[in-house]
Design a protein around this ligand. Structure first.
Ligand SMILES: *Cc1c(COP(=O)(O)O)cnc(C)c1O
Length: 426
């Protein structure tokens, strides 16, 4: 009976996934995250030493390779010796230790924003922030205010989940298409409602499967025009985009396109920063609101104080070593050049073949699911870990190889990878 019940809950779904080749299994890596890693080769674990397979890592989010930086590892170990292994409580009960506040101050300073709040993960930052900001509100005059959200069609899953949790009405606009966003806003404003609606526009800063950037200055103009709050998720931008890795504002200002910080900026400590945790920066009033209303902040144990200290250390390191960010950019340029030399087309959703990624994510669109999987499998056999991304992460028929680079990759690494990719696709 128990087996039958479990089957009833899971078996059809599992069966369908297996048939559609979307059932996932985890790859096991037996070395720390770095430019090269060791893979365990499946079942023969008794014999694992001889089966270990060293590969070039072109799939990491640890863009600056800070996870594995000796001085930072030592500082993190010291933080554990000072603060122990866990925080013992939620931030609002007993879990608010000095490193947490120090980290938030460090983030706000690095981003050049007024204040910051940290969450256990970036996922929780998005879910908590959107559900708190966008749920229906009882105003002090007794009226009820609804929120309408406008969300880019390629936004990250944690944004989508946050919107769902808020129960707000949501318009999904075409990817990075500001006229379509405006069309949606006009449509929403036409709907007759007795009370003034709150409007919120939300977009990834760097789109995680395409590597392209949100058009922050234009989004800001639209937000201002319609009185909407603007929220940007800089998970893949922090430490990567802008001369010193401060994100989109730095990037656009350098290009001579004036812009300000979004009203709400989300980020993660788990990618370029090389630790774990998520954050939001903005005005102090926003941070006060989230501290009191974001349920994924309130009802969970805070990150360990040692991790908070480590994240603060890593951010300070990033700040003091802008050459790391520069090296990453040079690697992106070099790798794209090498792909071009070998006739491999990089293409984001923009389908613009001359497009030079401003992030460290380089999509090579293949289209067919099975072809992308095969290419990834052969590349792995030849020593290059570059994942195939396919439905449901990207649309059906838009399967791709998604390379992400690290500052620590050498020219030889990247040249080799480009050549292998060309051979496998050619
Ligand atoms: C990775 C990612 C997140 C989640 O961050 P975690 O710290 O890994 O939970 C949120 N948004 C975007 C756009 C991301 O790429």
């Amino acid at each position: 009976m128990e087996q039958e019940l479990l089957d009833f809950f899971t078996e059809d779904v599992l069966q369908t996934m297996r048939e559609e080749h979307t059932f996932r299994e985890m790859r096991l890596i037996t070395s720390p995250e770095a430019g090269h890693v060791t893979l365990s080769c499946g079942e023969q674990s008794l014999d694992s030493a001889s089966k270990a397979h060293k590969v070039l890592m072109l799939a990491s989010n640890s863009y600056l390779d800070l996870c594995n930086e000796p001085a930072l590892k030592r500082a993190a170990a010291d933080a554990v010796l000072s603060w122990g292994t866990g925080s013992g409580g939620a931030r609002l009960t007993t879990g608010n230790k000095s490193p947490h506040e120090f980290l938030e101050q460090t983030i706000a300073e690095f981003k050049g924003d007024e204040a910051a709040i940290t969450f256990a993960t970036g996922y929780m930052a998005n879910v908590g922030t959107l559900s708190a900001l966008c749920c229906p509100q009882l105003k002090r005059d007794g009226s009820v205010s609804e929120c309408v959200v406008f969300s880019d069609e390629l936004n990250h899953a944690s944004i989508i989940d946050g919107i769902k949790l808020s129960k707000a009405k949501c318009f999904v606009y075409k990817h990075n298409n500001v006229p379509d966003l405006e069309r949606c806003i006009k449509e929403a404003c036409k709907m007759t409602e007795p009370f003034r609606k709150r409007l919120l526009i939300v977009s990834d800063g760097v789109f995680s499967m395409d590597g392209d950037l949100a058009r922050l200055p234009e989004l800001q103009k639209i937000a201002k025009k319609y009185g909407a709050l603007l929220m940007i998720d800089e998970a893949h931008a922090t430490g990567v985009v802008g001369k010193t890795g401060r994100g989109l504002v730095e990037f656009f200002r350098d290009k001579g396109e004036p812009c300000e910080h979004a009203d709400v900026t989300v980020g993660t400590l788990s990618k370029a920063v090389g630790c774990e945790g998520g954050f939001v920066t903005g005005k102090r009033q926003l941070i006060d609101f989230l501290r009191n209303k974001a349920r994924s902040f309130i009802f969970t144990t805070s990150m360990s104080p040692a991790m908070a200290q480590a994240a603060a250390n890593n951010i300070r390191y990033m700040d003091e070593h802008p050459e790391r960010v520069q090296k990453l950019k040079k690697n992106v340029q070099f790798f794209c050049g090498a792909l071009k030399k070998y006739g491999v087309k990089i293409a984001g959703h923009t389908q613009n073949l001359d497009f030079l990624p401003q992030s460290a994510i380089i999509p090579i669109v293949i289209g067919d699911e099975q072809a992308a999987l095969n290419a990834s499998k052969i590349l792995l056999e030849r020593g290059v870990l570059i994942p195939a991304i396919r439905y449901p992460t990207v649309a059906k028929g838009e399967a791709r190889l998604r390379a992400s680079l690290m500052a620590s990759h050498s020219r030889e690494d990247l040249e080799f990878a480009a050549k292998m990719i060309a051979e496998v696709l050619g």
